[in-house]
Design a protein around this ligand. Sequence first.
Ligand code: GRF
Length: 182
Amino acid sequence: HRVAILISGRGSNMKALVEQARNYEVVLVASNKPLAAGLAWAREQAIPTWTWDSRGVEKAAWESALDQSLEDHRVGTIALAGFMRILSSEFTRRWAGRILNIHPSLLPKYRGLETHKRAIEAGDKISGCSVHLVTEELDSGDVLAQAEVPIHQGDTEASLEARVLEAEHDLYPKALAEFVER
Ligand code: GRF
């Protein structure tokens, strides 16, 4: 099964998806940030990459160029991994049921940004991460898999982020593997 990963930055989830791939193949890593650290890593692994700086570019033009690259690489499933650009409803409809995302909270709690800060401020005892289908509404598609992570006394945003990120690296490859088998 041919998978593309979309990133905007560090790419630690992308790395986990590549390193733990069993029943799928990462055939493309694409980014809206040419300097994303994850892109350099993907190139080192000889994974094909595609990038176009999306700043100041019309979304439809950017997405149709991406689409062309996805088609060229015969991609079946897209995995968003720290991809920070909201996809248009045209794009998400065209790829309906074939785009996954990982989000650092137990959805439906804390859609959007600053999830760890919000969980700590709310006094939550448990946080975690969710793999979900991407629809036109942000962080709102069907949840495919979740992992819980405890919030400890004295946790900071950074310490909680690190604990949740570790769970993400375990959850996402498993959820994607199950997804492509379905
Ligand atoms: C992760 O926390 C992911 O859940 C969120 O963005 C972050 C990306 O980190 N969507 P990385 O680029 O995979 O290291």
